[in-house]
Design a protein around this ligand. Sequence first.
Ligand SMILES: [Zn+2]
Length: 259
Amino acid sequence: MRIVIDGQKVPVNVRVSRDLLMTLKAMSQTLHWRITYDTANELVYIYSPNYVMPGSLDRPAPVIEEPASQRLLGKIICLDAGHGGNDPGAIGPSGTMEKDNTLAITLLLRDMLENNGATVVLTRDSDRNVSLPDASAGEELAARVEIAKDSNADIFISIHNDSFTGNTAVGTTTFHYGDPQSIKLAALVQKNLVTELGTKDHSSRFASFYVIRYTKMTAILIQAAFISNPEEEVLLSSIDGRTKIAESIFQGIVNYYKV
Ligand SMILES: [Zn+2]
């Protein structure tokens, strides 16, 4: 990602992290900077309050305050970034890993939810195992369910990438474990995902994945796209694609609560 301050490119190429984005956001609020993101080109534009935009030489750039909505106030949402630590999940043809994509999408989604008043609990917020690194796959999944239970979450969302032998399989699927509320949320999230991403619609459907089977609240598991397909791998690993996925899930939650 490159940073452009008052029209001047900063001569460093930085790795995007939640810390960096949160720091920029906090600084922009206290210093009244205006920040815009060009996600397609991985550019962040920062304008100081006194910067005069070319073409509007008589007045400084307006300060735009980020709208803070409280429409999800009181909702507790547990987000589960699939895999992590010594479990990379599926690996794409170019070597990108499911665990990195799921975490990045989860962190973007967390910010969107928190900006709208929700309380967000994460099963992991970094590249690590949720239980101990030497735990079995079953213990790892049980640890995730335990966090959801302890958080008293209203909604549990597990985020994954799909994968298949060969590279031709494509598309999006959202799973539920059959209760009416989860069926409803899965359908809404699925609809937003395929509309926004333009991916093949495998529809929302029943599945018995451990994390949605043993969580007692409304729970869904999202296979956002196929990391085993080169085009969908790009979608999953780009800032633009990850943002679209996070926005679609966010919109599904908003639709679910009709807020
Ligand atoms: Zn997975």
